[in-house]
Design a protein around this ligand. Structure first.
Ligand code: ACO
Length: 334
């Protein structure tokens, strides 16, 4: 099998959100907060939360089924499955293997990638590179999270920010050059893990009575530092990819930023001197769904008819790691 010369494009998209809605008013009964504080500081109004027996793999399967149907492919045509998540069903086996079994996909490569909220852009690049080898035909990539399972519902500084959900894409090759995924810029800086982490559950701090009592199995975040890093990282990644592709921001039709905080998105918009109408946002309904955030937004923007054939789309992400990056996509539906 020979490496290919054409492009890799998103052939189908799908997303899935759990039914249960948790509003800011609901949260104000759990912790000392208010709808006014949450909306002013973040733009979030509500988020979706999984039921007790609903797992990351279930969200991923539901999103994947829609993406496969949208791609118009038989599921047996898929031979690669990559899932980005920081909330796998369990430490191992991978959620990708669980999803493979639930979808009834046989004899395919399946694995998870952990790059937090930048995860979907990482797996988009990775699956695209694997398809370009010519050794795989069609890839299913999914960002899926049950963040409600690692949220400290007593910590008002984090519990208001996050939600559950999944977004999926089927990627295929085309002989047509310069379409689909045009470029990716991915970055990481592991020097400050304490800014956003879940300290326990790995080999450094296995589960003990003490780790549970000290609430170390929950997400911990330095909000202010992450805010600064998010603005810097996403602006840098946007400028880098545009420069590399000899494009101006005016050449971009849609910007899909990681849906973490409306104030972060507005600051990016000001720094890039771009009209806010170019940004597709849905964080008011779902909060921050980490690796699922960009594919859910991309899927909604596409299904609602905003994204059109040959549109140029700039995706921007940042997350724990720290990780950040950008992807430039020319929308191509076969
Ligand atoms: N309700 C009411 N008051 C609150 C709440 C709340 N939910 N949370 C914090 N406060 C209080 C604080 O205690 C503080 O009170 P004090 O002044 O008496 O100490 C005050 O509000 C201000 O707190 P700040 O942390 O300074 O508030 P800030 O304006 O920075 O907003 C926020 C906090 C929304 C978390 C912001 O820093 C942010 O969005 N940061 C980025 C977070 C992010 O994007 N994380 C996702 C990372 S992606 C991933 O990989 C998971």
């Amino acid at each position: 099998m020979q490496p290919t010369n054409g492009s890799v494009f998103i052939r189908g998209m799908g997303s899935h959100l759990p039914e249960k809605i948790l509003t800011n008013q609901d949260l104000s009964k759990l912790v000392e907060t208010s709808d006014e504080w949450i909306q002013t500081r973040t733009g979030i109004q509500s988020r979706r939360i999984c039921g007790k027996d609903e797992y990351t793999s279930d969200l991923a399967v539901a999103a994947a089924e829609k993406a496969i149907a949208d791609a118009g492919l038989d599921k047996d045509a898929i031979d690669l499955l990559i899932i980005a998540t920081i909330t796998p069903d369990m430490m191992f086996p991978s959620t990708a293997c669980i999803v493979q079994s639930k979808l009834g996909l046989e004899n395919i490569a399946a694995f998870d990638v952990e790059a937090a909220c930048s995860g979907f852009l990482y797996i988009l690049e990775m699956a695209s590179a694997m398809l370009h080898t010519g050794r795989y035909r069609n890839a299913l990539i999914i960002g899926a999270e049950k963040l409600s399972s690692i949220i400290d519902w007593k910590d008002r500084s984090t519990c208001v920010l996050f939600g559950d959900g999944a977004g999926a894409a089927v990627l295929s090759r085309t002989d047509e050059p310069d379409t689909g995924l045009l470029d990716s810029c991915l970055h990481a800086d592991g020097t400050r893990p304490e800014l956003l982490q879940m300290p326990a559950g790995g080999c450094q701090m296995p589960s003990t009575n003490e780790s549970v009592e000290n609430r170390c199995h929950f997400l911990k975040m330095n909000g202010r530092e992450i805010y600064r890093f998010a603005v810097r990282g996403m602006e840098r990644a946007a400028r880098e990819i545009l420069e590399r592709q000899n494009l101006e921001i005016e050449d971009v039709d849609w910007i899909i930023p990681h849906q973490a905080n409306m104030r972060i998105i507005e600051t990016i918009q000001e720094r890039l001197e771009t009209p806010k109408e170019k940004f597709y946002n849905n964080l008011q309904n779902y909060g921050n769904t980490s690796a699922a955030s960009i594919p859910i937004a991309l899927d909604e923007a596409y299904r609602q008819g905003y994204i059109q054939q040959d549109n140029t789309i700039l995706c921007l992400a940042f997350g724990a790691g720290l990780t950040w990056g950008s992807s430039l996509i020319k929308w191509h539906k076969s």
